[in-house]
Ligand binder design. Structure first.
Ligand SMILES: Cc1cc2nc3c(=O)[nH]c(=O)nc-3n(C[C@H](O)[C@H](O)[C@H](O)COP(=O)(O)O)c2cc1C
Length: 167
């Protein structure tokens, strides 16, 4: 067991991003890290962690406010730790086809925190997603679960290898 503690925090409205965070946490635990997965709202202090992965879902071109506030609240400590950011959203295969850059607020956080990398993962809208827009999208055949476990796990193991190399 690697003694490094890694926080995987997420801002999610309906659980899709929480699922991605949980896969990242699982992959990091497989790599021997002590990975803890928490909703971004519950993160009060990151000082107990050696590294942080923070992600949020995209709505109308904006990153989750929960993830953004978590980054802002903890800025002074995140700056001194290795940080990775991710976004989740596209309900199509675009995230598989090309790299989707961070939206402007996330790009600013990358800069402020000196974050190592950003990744965009596909999102999910299914019949159980609440909200009129989500329901309409599903009705018109535009829903689906585009979270790609293989890609999520590969990114998490890549983070794990960077952290192990820095040991
Ligand atoms: C009203 C609405 C607006 C959305 N806007 C975006 C968007 O601007 N960009 C994007 O990539 N995905 C967008 N999505 C897709 C969501 O980001 C996707 O469903 C995501 O997996 C939701 O994650 P969550 O359940 O963790 O909140 C939108 C979804 C809805 C319902």
């Amino acid at each position: 067991m690697n003694s490094k503690r890694v926080l995987v925090a997420y801002g999610s409205r309906h659980g899709a991003t929480a699922g991605i965070a949980s896969e990242i946490g699982k992959a990091l635990r497989e790599d021997g890290f002590d990975a803890v997965v928490l909703p971004a709202d519950d993160v009060e202090d990151v000082r107990g962690f050696d590294a942080v992965v923070l992600g949020g879902s995209l709505y109308a071109g904006h990153w989750s406010g929960k993830a953004l506030h978590c980054a802002e609240r903890n800025e002074q400590y995140l700056k001194h730790r290795p940080v990775w950011l991710f976004s989740s959203g596209p309900v199509d295969s675009s995230a598989e086809q090309h790299e989707i850059p961070p939206v402007p607020a996330v790009a600013r956080q990358m800069e402020r925190l000196g974050a190592r990398e950003h990744a965009t993962f596909g999102g999910s809208i299914t019949a159980s997603t609440p909200g009129l827009i989500a329901k309409a999208l599903v009705r018109h055949g535009k829903g689906g679960d585009f979270r790609n476990s293989e890609r999520i796990q590969a990114w998490a193991h890549h983070i794990g290898s960077e952290l192990a190399a820095a040991a």
